[in-house]
Design a protein around this ligand. Structure first.
Ligand code: 5AD
Ligand code: SF4
Length: 467
């Protein structure tokens, strides 16, 4: 197969033209990485449905395999290549039976590595970056009919969201809605500004329309997504720019939207109106994911985070003043280049001081093309691994304590799915903890008061009380 860069070409794939009948083709879609990829995969699946594709759980019976990939850390990116090795075997086995398999790599590895993917894994027919998903059916059709590998990693001028199909599938009670993509912060460890590009905010009207579609399909909780979601500045309905707080206000007016969340935020963009919304907007859940990355000012400066540890502490105090019960979550990196034992202790100290309900912690991973990858004093792996374990023990202790503090309270739970045990449902508390309770299947999608009787490191359990 030869390579073709389609950035300047376009061809249209007409639904219904020489396309298969609905349900006659199967797509196996594997999603790696963050919630934004989960959202993108849903939209990819919806756009392929218009061309007759239904989803299948395994690659063996798939006519099309799509890997929606993550590039944030080396491990995530490497997973893609081992997966492609397995897919090559499946493709060969299917070919021996006279069946064709198309293979596409989407997401941030696609964006970052482009044609290199095809060079390293010739099994790939299409490489497509996150800004081009509206062109996926067309490009797949071309890859198939022209028997070429296609690489599409441009940042096109057109808005992909306006070209994707409507959200008209029945769905679970909780849904993601991407409102912002990309990031201009350029933290020195992070690939996002390169893979997802500069910040882009969708217009308020388009977001409201999508939220209404979701509600009409059974959704009552919406999590607004963006790589730097609180930098949201989309076009307001009356012109000018809206802030995230304004958008939340408008979404809160929609009948049927019961709960709103947003993730992930940067401390510098935590505006006063957004903080105030945590007190004034009843549908906004008392949960905030606010990464601080390191407790050492020296490391924060080297990370180009644009805030100090004291700034973060002051910000949290301000948020807790308006919403004392807020559950705080964060991202932390250990082993950033130059991190000393003292710097790491500052991170532990900040964790102790704040007390997080939940956190993600990572060992620093050098990403090609980012400034930190070339910094001196890379921390030895064994040291970083040890620090990560120490940090995670502390975080687990705090999370367990936060959960235990809920015992005895009655809190509203949105039931989302069946549990493993007969008659058991699993829902989420306002603080995003999974809650197990025995309840009628008909309660799925409803918010009910649950008296919390038990807690563990990762979840709560309780009994439903009369509404
Ligand atoms: N190494 C380790 N963790 C990283 N993150 C982003 N880039 C890297 C990296 N190179 C973490 C940050 C960010 C989260 C999404 O992933 O903590 O907030
Ligand atoms: Fe990456 Fe977040 Fe920093 Fe943006 S703010 S560069 S997405 S870590």
């Amino acid at each position: 197969m030869s390579k073709l860069d389609t950035s300047t070409e376009s061809a249209v794939l007409e639904p219904g033209g020489d396309q298969p009948m609905p349900g006659s083709k199967k797509v196996h879609l594997r999603t790696f990485g963050c919630q934004m990829n989960v959202y993108d995969s849903e939209r990819i699946s919806e756009s392929l449905a218009a061309y007759g594709y239904v989803e299948t759980e395994t690659a063996d019976d798939a006519d099309l395999v799509i890997l929606n990939t993550c590039h944030i850390r080396e491990k995530a990116a490497e997973k893609v290549y081992s997966e492609l090795g397995r897919i090559r075997q499946t493709k060969d086995a299917r070919r021996a039976e006279g069946r064709q398999t198309l293979v596409a790599v989407a997401g941030c590895v696609a964006q970052a590595e482009g044609a290199e993917i095809v060079a390293r894994a010739p099994v790939v027919d299409l490489v497509i970056g996150p800004q081009s998903y509206h062109r996926l059916p067309e490009l797949l059709f071309r890859a198939k009919s022209e028997s070429r590998s296609i690489v599409e990693t441009q940042f096109p001028d057109e808005d992909k969201f306006s070209k994707l199909p409507k959200r008209d599938r029945p769905r679970a009670a909780s849904a993601f809605l991407t409102i912002q993509e990309g990031c201009d912060k350029f933290c020195t460890f992070c690939v996002v500004p390169y893979t997802r590009g500069i910040e882009y905010s969708r217009p308020v009207a388009a977001i409201l329309a999508e939220a209404k579609q979701l509600v009409s399909r059974g959704v009552s909780e919406i999590t607004l997504l963006g790589q730097n979601v609180n930098a949201y500045h989309g076009e307001a309905e009356a012109g000018g720019n809206a802030t995230l707080a304004m958008l939340i206000g408008r979404l809160g007016e929609i009948d049927g939207v019961e709960r709103l969340r947003y993730t992930t935020s940067h401390p510098r963009d935590m505006g006063d109106d957004l903080i105030a919304a945590h007190a004034s907007e009843p549908k906004l859940m008392p949960y905030l994911h606010l990464p601080f990355q390191s407790g050492s000012d020296r490391i924060l400066a080297a990370m180009n985070r644009k805030h100090t540890a004291a700034d973060y502490v002051a910000l949290i105090a301000k948020i807790r003043r308006v919403r004392p019960d807020i559950a705080l979550s964060t991202d932390i990196i250990v082993g950033f280049p130059g991190e000393t034992e003292r710097d790491f202790e500052a991170t532990l100290g900040l964790v102790e001081q704040i007390g997080f309900a939940h956190a993600y912690s990572f060992r620093y991973s050098a990403r090609p093309g980012t400034p930190a990858a070339n910094m001196a004093d890379q921390v030895p792996e064994a040291v970083a691994v040890h620090r990560l374990h120490t940090l995670q023990r502390l975080l687990d202790k705090h999370q367990t304590r936060f959960n235990a503090d809920c015992v005895g309270r009655t809190i509203p739970v949105l039931f989302e799915r069946s549990g493993r045990r007969d008659g058991q449902l699993i829902g989420r508390s306002p603080y995003l903890q999974p809650v197990h309770a025995f309840a009628d299947h008909g309660m799925l999608g409803r918010i009910l008061p649950v008296e919390i009787l038990g807690s563990g490191p990762n979840s709560l359990s309780g009994v439903v009380r009369a509404a």
